[in-house]
Design a protein. Structure first.
Length: 346
């Protein structure tokens, strides 16, 4: 038999690495349609890993049983409320769309509706007709969205089931999977450990510093909308939560026009009440909750999160809401690790 030289060993390994890379990319392409559910499951498991490991200890190392309990708890705490909130927001968005279309139609179309606006509003909106036309267009989209939303219920259930199955297996076999990553990583051991640790910190920072605060913004604002008589509280609460990711202006994108609308319609007391609620209560999320929950973990910068959320949405569709922040988190992690490496001139 021909002896294998020292030069042939690294060349053979390099060729195998290229084959493995191609196969991994093909695997990602195959699971592409369900990648969002898998990424979501991984994100949830990563965030819940601390409590889960304590549960494993309490159950004397019975990891499969702990995985079942953890999956059930996450299903009840995350998937069921999320499904309910999405359903109510969808129903209210369709209802709001119908209402806008009806009001404009009863006013005699866009021109008639604009003519009925108070002069103080009409004079301060240079392109009032274009604004109303855009609003009616979006309302029509909401109305036409209803049949597609009903048809996507089965898809949502399938994605949720896939995510729950993924959560169970990631809980039950997580240490085995992480050990496998350590063995196959082309990086040095200390770099691999640092990358895993940094990624976990970025994920926790993203969750605690942005998602938790966004949920607080949406829920607290919805309560305020309900107290001061604003309709479609679930829909507006979802919009407020999304707006909280926008740098600088944040939640005011939603509640400020509502306050102005109440002032214009001569509901001064309600307008002052809603303004005070949003500034004092909703604003607590940025001033108090965000620094507290982000303590000890890196929060993904809000500008980067905003760009990765909406850029990911444009590039990947709905999957981009998960894949965008994930890619941004990996980039931040890699750059932080690179900044800690000594340069060749040192």
């Amino acid at each position: 038999m021909t002896a294998i030289t020292e030069r042939q060993v690294p060349e053979s390994r390099r060729a195998l690495q290229w084959v493995a890379l191609v196969l991994v990319m093909l695997s990602l392409w195959v699971v592409g349609p369900v990648l969002a559910a898998i990424v979501f499951a991984g994100f949830v498991v990563l965030v819940a890993n601390g409590p889960y490991e304590r549960l494993v200890v309490a159950l004397h190392g019975r990891r499969p049983l702990a995985a079942v309990i953890g999956t059930v708890v996450i299903t009840l705490a995350v998937f069921v409320p999320l499904a309910g909130a999405l359903y109510l927001a969808g129903v209210q968005s369709v209802s709001a769309g119908h209402r806008v279309v009806e009001v404009v139609a009863k006013a005699g179309g866009v021109n008639g509706f604009v003519a009925q606006l108070p002069p103080v509003v009409r004079d301060r909106i240079p392109d009032a007709r274009e604004v109303v036309s855009t609003l009616v267009g979006w309302a029509g989209r909401f109305v036409s969205w209803a049949p597609r939303a009903v048809g996507s219920i089965g898809w949502f259930i399938a994605e949720a089931l896939l995510a729950m199955v993924s959560i169970y297996y990631l809980f039950a076999e997580g240490p085995t999977f992480v050990g496998f990553l350590r063995r196959v990583s082309p990086l040095h051991q200390d770099q691999t450990e640092a990358l895993l640790s940094e990624f976990r910190n970025v994920a926790l920072g993203l969750f605690r510093g942005n998602i938790v605060v966004g949920l607080f913004h949406g829920v607290s604002a919805a309560i305020g909308y309900l107290i001061f008589g604003i309709g479609h509280v679930f829909l507006l609460g979802v919009f407020t939560m999304i707006a909280s990711f926008v740098p600088l202006v944040g939640t005011s994108l939603v509640w400020a026009p509502l306050v102005v609308g109440l002032f214009v319609s001569h509901h001064t007391a309600r307008a002052i009440g809603l303004l005070s609620w949003c500034v004092v209560i909703v604003g607590t999320g940025d001033n108090v909750i965000r620094p507290f929950v982000s303590r000890g973990h890196m929060a993904l910068p809000r500008l980067l999160l905003f760009l990765m959320l909406f850029g990911g949405l444009e590039a990947f569709g709905m999957k981009g809401l998960l894949l965008g922040p994930l890619i941004g988190s990996l980039a931040v992690t890699a750059l932080r690790l690179l900044s800690r490496q000594p340069s060749s001139t040192d």
